[in-house]
Design a protein around this ligand. Structure first.
Ligand SMILES: Nc1nc2c(c(=O)[nH]1)N[C@H]1C(S)=C(S)[C@@H](COP(=O)(O)O)O[C@H]1N2
Ligand SMILES: [Mo]
Length: 249
């Protein structure tokens, strides 16, 4: 285990907030993410890596005893808090946009669908990483159930939280959306997802950095273009700080 010190250079005071979290070696990509242009990275990765390759998976003995919570830790939205109080009993995930059969699914319905479990490493650009076990519905099953349009090119994840006053959202392309390790997770480490980690449902898109792993997912929207969705950059940090949209590890 190596202590990562880059986070202090990148985010200043966040080091204190992260004290006590596990820190494992950050991927070199984490260090590059703020300095390289997105197009350069994406085309470079397409040349040297297979985008259908699996992210590394680990074993139960590798699980981090203390997986950080980061970004929003408890959405302030009243409707979200009411869902927490009712145990998400009448919460629904909406799948809409460029689909022939829009879906509205309860948590029980999602939990009854075929699930995939994977133990993977989460790499945050702030310089920490942690290994967790995620169980959830492969996104491809939802997109097939909703009859995704052949004109769709991206999938947008709308979240329940405003981070510093702006709605959190993320997006991925269809290569990523149909990847077998791309799941909407309802369990972490065999427990229902906690509020801190994104209850009741969060994206795991395992070949990408932490900020792509949208928590509190309420709506999955298929679109042909990201233009016109919030700032048009495809995600909260992409819009706010110019982080790469394709955040491959
Ligand atoms: N809705 C939402 N999703 C989010 C964030 C957030 O603030 N809001 N933060 C992102 C960042 S930067 C990281 S590192 C991970 C943190 O996930 P964790 O709290 O489960 O560790 O969630 C990502 N997804
Ligand atoms: Mo992050």
């Amino acid at each position: 285990m190596t202590i990562v010190t880059r986070r202090n250079a990148l985010v200043g005071g966040a080091g204190l907030m992260l004290a006590g979290c596990d820190r494992i070696v950050a991927s070199p990509t984490v260090r590059k993410v703020l300095t390289l242009g997105e197009k350069a990275t994406m085309s470079g990765q397409r040349l040297v890596t297979d985008r259908t390759a699996l992210a590394p998976e680990f074993s139960a003995t590798d699980l981090s005893p203390n997986f950080c919570v980061n970004g929003t830790t408890a959405p302030g939205d009243a409707a979200y808090q009411a869902h927490v109080a009712r145990g998400f009993a009448d919460w629904r995930l909406v799948v809409d946009g460029m689909v022939a059969r829009p879906l509205s699914l309860s948590l029980a319905q999602l939990q009854a669908m075929p699930a995939r479990t994977q133990i993977t490493r989460h790499d945050c650009v702030e310089g920490w990483s942690a290994i967790g076990e995620w169980t959830g519905v492969p996104l491809m099953l939802l997109l097939k159930a909703a009859a995704l349009s052949s004109n769709a090119r991206y999938v947008v994840f709308h979240c329940a939280d405003d981070y510093h006053g702006t709605p959190y959202y993320e997006s991925i392309d269809l290569v990523e959306a149909f990847h077998p390790q791309t799941i909407l997770a309802h369990h972490m480490n065999r427990q229902p997802l906690s509020v801190g980690h994104g209850a009741p449902l969060r994206l795991r898109v395992e070949r990408q950095l932490g900020y792509k792993q949208a928590k509190y997912v309420m709506r999955v929207q298929a679109v042909a273009s990201l233009a016109g969705i919030h700032g048009g950059g495809g995600g909260y940090w992409e819009d706010r700080k110019g982080y790469q949209w394709y955040a491959g590890i």
